[in-house]
Design a protein around this ligand. Sequence first.
Ligand SMILES: NC(=O)c1ccc[n+]([C@@H]2O[C@H](COP(=O)([O-])OP(=O)(O)OC[C@H]3O[C@@H](n4cnc5c(N)ncnc54)[C@H](O)[C@@H]3O)[C@@H](O)[C@H]2O)c1
Length: 313
Amino acid sequence: MHILVTGGAGFIGSHTCEALIKRGDKVTVIDNFDPFYDRAIKENNIFKLKESNAFTLIEGNVEFADTLNKIRGQKIDAILHLAAKAGVRPSIQDPLGYEINNVQATIKLLEFAVDQKINQFVFASSSSVYGENPNYPWKEAEPELKPISPYAATKLAGEGMGHVFSHLYGIHFVALRFFTVYGPRQRPDLAINKFVRLISKGEEIPFYGDGSTSRDYTYIDDIVSGILKAISYDKKKFNVFNLGNDATISLKQMVEIISETLGIPAKINYLPLQPGDVPITSACIKHSKKSLGFSPETKFSEGIRKYINWLNV
Ligand SMILES: NC(=O)c1ccc[n+]([C@@H]2O[C@H](COP(=O)([O-])OP(=O)(O)OC[C@H]3O[C@@H](n4cnc5c(N)ncnc54)[C@H](O)[C@@H]3O)[C@@H](O)[C@H]2O)c1
């Protein structure tokens, strides 16, 4: 298959491209090396991929016509749309920038899919679309989706646009709601990456709230395996799947596990809760297990051990 992967130089994208090439696919990546974090990290993510004949990189913005024109006319079997401005907190300062990168870009890519007769479209959504919903664990069929950050609202809008295009043009649209993904190459703004680096250097970690906020952390290999299944999923024209780990870990437990694995006590700087952050994320994965065959295998302590080994700190 030839897969168009947007955001392929990022954390989740670079791992997925490696898995696609390993199974024999051809991959074209579009990435604009968004300055949200250091370009050098992204260059490093795709350093090995660039050696493969099956890998092509187009540097540019998904929402710009001249970027998409570079692949117009090529046979593409599926689009994996991961490109986005990620991150909840920065989206509060730049809602319009998030709307352009996340919503307008998704619409442009959906129009491209229709024009190029590309029938399979996998979209990176997020657990944040559930907002502060108290009906744990969260199910895909939950009708009350009330995002509490601009980032989350753009992800819900992307799902909505996917539904429109699948209804109007028959595109197979699969939205994957990722629950906090971690592992090698994790984005530098995410807590696990920050905490491991700071604790290993004996520095203070910023600790928001009383430690009871909880996340359903999902290891990168499990996410990649879910994405590969979604690329071949064709049972329904539109579907939404939670990709989570079915186990919620509190901030306090997360710090304890990192600290135990490193063998270094954590120095904690207690700070107030951040606006836009939800108190708990918790995935029900019955639907993704049954209909997608998703089956996360990595326990949190095991994933942290692998991550710390990779970081070599
Ligand atoms: N990492 C997580 O825990 C998590 C959780 C929920 C959802 N997601 C979603 O998964 C996707 C991948 O996340 P990630 O953690 O790998 O983030 P990332 O920032 O590492 O990767 C995103 C990539 O998209 C590129 N990009 C951004 N805007 C672009 C544009 N307009 N045109 C072209 N390229 C653009 C960036 O340069 C970056 O390389 C994102 O859509 C994110 O919102 C991630």
